[in-house]
Design a protein around this ligand. Structure first.
Ligand code: GLT
Ligand code: MN
Ligand code: MN
Length: 388
């Protein structure tokens, strides 16, 4: 047992579609033979994961007969029992089938919207059947290539109607299930509605049951938009909406890469892990990524182990950062309160405002102070590179 051995308490999970990716991309077909859901559960058990998540159709193929579906579920259930893995999250595939070419909930065709409601309800049933408590909505096809085609306000209205309808469905059935919305700026649509975590947060407050709806932010999706992911996570946490997270990595300005967690921007991954551990985020650490197309299934295991190992290494680095006397002394100095201005800050009062307006500030003196962020950052780098 090393310090970097994944344990159930770490809540490391993977989607069936992640370790089950056959390596297909827009320019080439599969490079790995597909594995069954049960086989993927055994693979995840072997590498030490805590849980497995699924879409309705990476679990049960869209055209499976009832008998086929029962057989797949039986094998999957046995694999869960044999490995001890749990199913914390489930979701609906509202992207792959041609019927969703113009979106699901926001399609211009009411038949498509109704089919999407039906598919989501059945997929919710399937998630609840295996114990999922979080239900993800990733609206990958909800958007446009040309804004001549759809009214953006109508898109929002339809999206809202769908989430309201499905919230009622959950309540009506007495399910213990919460929704987590996942933003993405583009791909597969030219532009996807509600492109960032911040857009999603604002949207949630317009729903009928905002208390049932939180977030599932994904590292790569915000990095595609050039956004600081950890800042978005902080805002989600602050709003009490960080209910799930998709960990992976991504070079900005490129296609949707879904790289192994921490494999590209170690520093961003460090600040993210530090944030999650510092606040005590209690949810799944879900790795929504897949192995390079160059890999066989041994490489897939290397990929999965790598995601968890990097998380645990960064968790250790975060603890080291928090315990480092020089770093902590610098932080204390940088953030120190000033008793001479404390009376002017905090909650507003008209007296406070009046005295603050009368106070003189020596702008030049204040601005001339060096903040030592270079030193602080280098200490962080030294920790990350293992030289401290
Ligand atoms: C798809 C997407 C992911 C989402 C999955 C959930 S599907 O793989 O790229 O970001 O989290 O629907
Ligand atoms: Mn995702
Ligand atoms: Mn992704």
């Amino acid at each position: 047992m090393t310090a970097y051995t994944p344990e159930p308490e770490h809540k490391f999970t993977f989607g069936l579609w992640t370790v089950g990716s056959t390596g297909r991309d827009p320019f080439g077909g599969p490079v790995r033979n597909p594995k069954t859901p049960a086989e993927l559960v055994y693979l995840l058990g072997e590498v030490g994961a805590y849980g497995v998540n699924y879409h309705d159709n990476d679990f049960i193929p869209i055209d499976a007969s009832p008998a086929e579906a029962e057989a797949i579920k039986r094998d999957f259930r046995k694999a869960l029992d044999d490995t001890g893995l749990v199913v914390p999250m489930a979701t609906t595939n509202l992207a792959f089938d041609p019927i969703f070419k113009d979106g699901a909930f926001t399609s211009n065709d009411p038949k498509v919207r109704a089919f999407a409601f039906q598919k989501a309800m059945k997929a919710i049933d399937l998630g609840v059947e295996f114990g999922a408590k979080i239900y993800v909505f990733w609206g990958g096809r909800e958007g446009t290539e040309t804004d001549s085609s759809k009214n953006a306000m109508e898109g929002l209205r339809r999206y809202r109607e769908a989430l309201n309808y499905l919230s009622e469905y959950v309540l009506d059935n007495g399910y213990d299930l919460k929704f987590a919305l996942e933003a993405k700026p583009n791909e597969p649509r030219g532009d996807i509605y509600l492109p960032t975590t911040g857009h999603m947060l604002a949207f949630i407050n317009t729903l009928d049951h905002p208390d049932m709806v939180g977030l599932n932010p994904e590292v790569a999706h915000e990095h595609m938009a050039g956004i600081n992911f950890m800042h978005g996570i902080a805002q989600a946490w602050d709003a009490g909406k960080l209910w799930h997270i998709d960990l992976n990595d991504q070079y900005p300005g490129r296609y949707d890469q879904d790289l192994r967690f921490g494999s590209r921007d170690i520093k961003a991954a460090f600040y993210l892990v530090k944030f999650l551990e510092d606040v005590g985020y209690p949810g799944s650490r879900h790795f929504d990524a897949h192995a390079y197309r160059t890999e066989d299934y041994e490489g897939v295991k290397d990929f999965a182990r790598g995601c968890m190992r990097t998380y645990l290494i960064l968790k250790e680095k975060a603890a080291q950062f928090n315990a480092d006397p020089e770093i902590q002394a610098l932080l204390a100095e940088i953030t120190a309160e000033d008793p001479t201005v404390a009376p002017f800050l905090g909650k507003y009062s008209s007296e406070k405002a009046k005295s603050l307006k009368a106070r003189h500030f020596d702008r030049t003196a204040i601005a001339s102070r060096g903040l030592k962020y270079e030193r602080l950052d280098q200490l962080t780098i030294d920790i990350l590179l293992g030289t401290r």
